[in-house]
Design a protein around this ligand. Structure first.
Ligand code: DSN
Length: 466
């Protein structure tokens, strides 16, 4: 059994700290105080990063901002703890506080997503996916996932990833409407008999029908892995279907939409005790537990796990639910505002936090748009669109997201301003043939508008940029 809600029993008293409260804070204060004098070069870069995050508008889909208390937990003395294994069954001494921290994180993860078990050790969702795939598959087995070019993730079977090299990867794509076609998934599954089917994406603005995927998985005898990295905050707050009991295994990153540290989670629901496949004597939960440690990871990152616990605690509160609603509303308004300005969106809109802009008609590449927007203080990344003829490092699309905009408090009114700014930059580039960059006067005007917006909506709890 992997660590989850149940092992944190009321009968086990938490170990008492043997130092005065505030010791952790003193340690962090000491470190933060020493850095400017002892290592001004590094400290200057870290200061500059905080200013950069305050003064630039991150309209990205792949990140959220961590609360300062999450950062404080990530920088804790737990960083000094080496403890392979799981709470109560470590291969090193000195882990009694880390054991409790890991149990707390797993309990919070399980409670937030309604899971029976949560493994909080993966260093990222990529690691989580590798752990799951290597727990359930043998080299040469077939993996069915969304094509990278259609919005899938490297670890879902892309040729450049170990998942595309050790497994026989088969990929589904998007229909002409920019949506996943369940009939195509079913047809591929019947033809190729995958061991694992992945339902998840890095760039898909629509709702996942996990029930349809599970029906296909059951028909062909496959495991269903749901990777919810991009929509985990919406899932946790009931704004997107929760796959935990529908899929056999669910994975997520903790930084994309949960405001957590770099890291991943593996969640198990109704299927936790299932025994099937090549290793059919072992329950799924135990296979996944071993799939993380010792199969694909050694020592867990104890401080990152503490930061996960903090972020998961924050995500369980009412403010996070309000934030998730704002994220989704903002994305819808942004999508409509861009459409109203004549832009084409992949799938015609959005159900989540993500808006995929197809720049083909504008005659602008994703790379040129990304560069020009960054020059103006807006972060948004290039992205392939269906039927893209440009190379992957160039692309014909732009991926926008509202996680950080909503965290800063930008609402529907400001989404019209954001759409105006993106539209101005894209049209400005298109008017100059795309490749010559922006007219400097136009860039200055957009930069000033971005700065005004950032000053009006500072990152909450982060120091003001000076
Ligand atoms: N998965 C990558 C993305 O969505 O851009 C980053 O973690």
């Amino acid at each position: 059994m992997i660590t989850g809600q149940s092992p944190l029993t009321a009968s086990r008293p938490a170990p008492q700290p043997f130092t005065a409260p505030g010791t952790h804070r003193q340690l962090l204060d000491q470190g933060a105080g020493a850095l400017p004098c002892d290592d001004p070069a590094l400290n200057g870069l870290l200061d500059a990063e905080v200013r950069f995050q305050q003064q630039n508008l991150a309209m990205v889909a792949y990140a959220s901002l961590a609360h300062p208390s999450v950062l404080a937990a990530a920088g804790s003395a737990l960083s000094n703890v080496t403890a392979e294994g799981y709470p109560g069954a470590r291969y090193h001494p000195g882990a009694r506080f880390f054991d409790e921290v890991e149990r707390l994180a797993a309990q919070r993860a399980a409670a937030l997503f309604g899971a029976r078990h949560a493994n909080v050790q993966p260093h990222s969702c990529s690691s989580a996916n590798l752990s799951v795939l290597f727990a359930l598959m043998r080299p040469g087995d077939t993996l069915l996932g969304l094509d990278l070019d259609a919005g899938g993730h490297l670890t879902h079977g892309a040729p450049a990833s170990v998942t595309g090299r050790y497994f026989r990867a088969v990929r589904y794509g998007l229909g002409s409407d920019g949506r996943i076609d369940p009939d195509e998934v079913a047809a591929l599954a019947r033809r190729h008999r995958p061991t694992v089917i992945v339902a998840g994406a890095s760039a898909y603005p629509r709702t996942w029908d996990y029930g349809a995927f599970r029906a296909v998985a059951d028909e062909v005898g496959a495991w269903l892995l749901a990777d919810i990295s991009h929509v985990a905050g919406l899932v946790a707050t009931g704004l997107h279907p929760n796959p935990v009991d529908t899929a056999h295994v669910t994975t997520t990153s903790t930084y994309k939409q949960l405001g957590g540290p770099r890291g991943g989670l593996i969640l198990l629901g109704a299927a936790a005790d299932e025994r099937a496949g090549a290793d059919s004597g072992t329950p799924l939960a135990e296979r996944i537990r071993r799939g993380v440690f010792p199969r694909t990871q050694g020592t867990p990152n104890a401080a990152a796990i503490a930061a996960k616990a903090r972020a998961l605690g924050l995500a369980a509160g009412p403010e996070f639910t309000a934030l998730a609603r704002r994220i989704r509303t903002d994305a819808r308004v942004l999508a409509d505002a861009l459409t109203a300005r004549g832009h084409r969106l992949v799938s015609g809109g959005t159900d989540n936090h993500m808006v995929l802009l197809d720049l083909t008609a504008a005659g602008v590449s994703g790379a040129d748009a990304e560069r020009a927007l960054e020059e103006c203080g807006i972060l948004a990344n290039r992205n392939r669109v269906p039927g893209d003829t440009r190379p992957p490092l160039v692309t014909s699309g732009l991926r926008l997201g509202t996680n950080i905009l909503a965290q800063r408090g930008l609402g529907p009114a400001e989404m019209h301003t954001c759409a105006d700014l993106v539209d101005t930059v894209v049209r400005g580039l298109g008017g100059r043939g795309g490749r010559d960059g922006l007219d400097p006067a136009l860039a200055l005007r957009v930069r000033a508008a971005v700065r005004e917006l950032c000053d009006r909506f500072p990152v909450p709890q982060y120091p003001a940029a000076r």
